[in-house]
Write a protein that binds this ligand. Structure first.
Ligand SMILES: [Zn+2]
Length: 91
């Protein structure tokens, strides 16, 4: 069973943030809502940080998990490494 099955909401397919409210979603070039990516990762049809690598994203997400939960770094990195490579941007 993949981790994504435990979530009630779609996840950003770049950073794994849950997409819940309208403002959580990124936007397409024509201004419509993008269903795959969050507003931090994707704006007006393009990634906000196009040069970011998968390793950098894993590090960012691990840092967010540590900030939110106080989890040890090794556990946070293990979670990030199990989720991020499954997302559309990184497959
Ligand atoms: Zn995102």
């Amino acid at each position: 069973m993949g981790m994504e099955e435990e979530f009630l909401w779609p996840l950003c397919q770049s950073c794994a943030r849950p997409l819940i409210r309208e403002k959580d979603f990124g936007t397409n070039a024509d201004g419509t809502r993008n269903e795959d990516y969050c507003s931090l990762c994707y704006q007006k049809g393009a990634f906000t940080q196009p040069a970011m690598t998968q390793g950098e994203m894993i590090e960012n997400v691990a840092n967010q998990i540590i900030l939110r939960t106080g989890m040890p770094r090794s556990s946070a990195e293990e979670i990030a490494r199990s989720v991020i490579p499954t997302l559309k941007r990184w497959r």
